[in-house]
Ligand binder design. Structure first.
Ligand code: MG
Length: 360
């Protein structure tokens, strides 16, 4: 039977890999030889192993971790293609998050450079917040807040959802007082989120199932010329600029991850039974990694922060229509809450609307 097997040298040549790489793949359990001579220890390979050897080499070049390569190699071609697609979608999403952080840092450092910072015209904010139980739930576990510096929405879940969302927002409210130096915004926000995490941890500790309680937290801090954003969970921020509505935040949900990986379509996600299952949240044992962003404010910008009680039932073009209509932020939040309740009000609904206006 040895006649059919190739020596490691011949196999390496056929697979266009080095014998060293093949020995490594063997040690890692990715490509065991068809036969190892018990006396000499020589490795011998079957010709049909060439294809797998090439696949392993390509996947390593792609940067796929070894355990995942092993998994891909165990699949049939169709499923393997799906795995590679999902791996790459994840890699691109992570790159996008790093790109945002890099942009944040470039902006932050540029503003510290006296030669680069232009004179910024004085801007102010007008704002309003509303939170409503909706028509189905017995209590309101959302918390919404709008003040001269801070805008925030938190959507609590579990037995202690209400105290969790209240604790998260309350903890950020200390940012309302005291100056926020524009050049320290990133650090200020990072510290504030950590503190909010501890506050939520304490708030859910007294409940019967603290591991299943927590909250989302989506907040913006106004510096006078910019808005620093922190975001964890599936509450959202939209910006209306020049009549166009743009969703700034990315939902941290299982379903959104499936969309990102191309496993389901956005349409399937909208009606998915588990669409509210979070992959990030503030709470015990949850991944509380916050997305952070710096938004340049322009006069005329209108921001909306909302819980999923709005975005799940009110379509984007309806939200855009309400926000684009002339009127005070207070009128907009009332109309948005009414629209959610007009669609059955299945969940607690919270909205914060803030307008960037000329003059401090
Ligand atoms: Mg909700």
């Amino acid at each position: 039977m040895d006649v059919e097997l190739l020596t490691i040298g011949a196999f390496a040549k056929a697979a266009r890999l080095s014998p060293k790489a093949l020995r490594l793949y063997d040690e890692l359990g990715l490509l065991p030889p068809a036969r190892v001579d018990p006396v000499t220890g020589y490795r011998r390979y079957a010709p049909q192993q060439v294809e797998r050897a090439r696949l392993v080499a390509w996947l390593r070049r792609l940067g796929m971790p070894l355990a995942r390569i092993r998994h891909v190699c165990s699949l049939d071609a169709g499923a393997a293609a799906g795995e590679v697609r999902a791996f790459w979608a994840r890699a691109e999403a992570e790159t996008a998050a790093r790109r945002d952080l890099a942009a944040f840092l470039v902006d932050h450092l540029t503003r510290k450079d006296p030669a680069m910072s232009p004179t910024i015209p004085a801007l102010g904010m007008r704002y309003a917040a509303a939170s409503d139980t909706g028509l189905v739930r017995e209590s309101n576990q959302d918390t919404a807040y709008a003040g001269s510096r801070l805008l925030a929405v938190a959507d609590g879940f579990g037995d202690e959802g209400a105290p969790a969302s209240a604790a998260a927002v309350e903890s950020l409210r200390r940012l309302e007082s005291g100056g926020v130096p524009a050049d320290g915004l990133l650090n200020v926000l990072a510290d504030a989120v950590e503190e909010a995490g501890r506050a939520v941890h304490d708030a859910v500790g007294s409940g019967s199932a603290p591991q299943h309680a927590g909250t989302t937290l989506t907040a913006m801090l106004w510096t006078g010329s910019q808005l620093g954003l922190v975001h964890i969970g599936d509450s959202r921020v939209y910006r209306l600029r020049d009549g166009e509505l743009f969703q700034i935040t990315h939902d941290h949900t299982v379903v959104q991850s499936m969309v990102d990986e191309g496993r389901i379509t956005p349409e399937e996600a909208a009606s998915h039974p588990q669409r509210s299952l979070l992959v990030r949240a503030l709470g015990r044992g949850a991944d509380a990694t916050a997305e952070m962003r710096l938004q340049d404010a322009r006069p005329g910008d209108r921001y909306l922060l909302c819980s999923d009680g709005l975005s799940t039932v009110v379509p984007g073009d309806e939200i855009r229509r309400v926000l684009a209509a002339p009127g005070e932020p207070g009128a907009a939040v009332r109309e948005l809450v009414a629209l959610a309740n007009g669609s059955g009000g299945p969940d607690n609904v919270s909205c914060v609307v803030a307008d960037v206006v000329p003059g401090a």
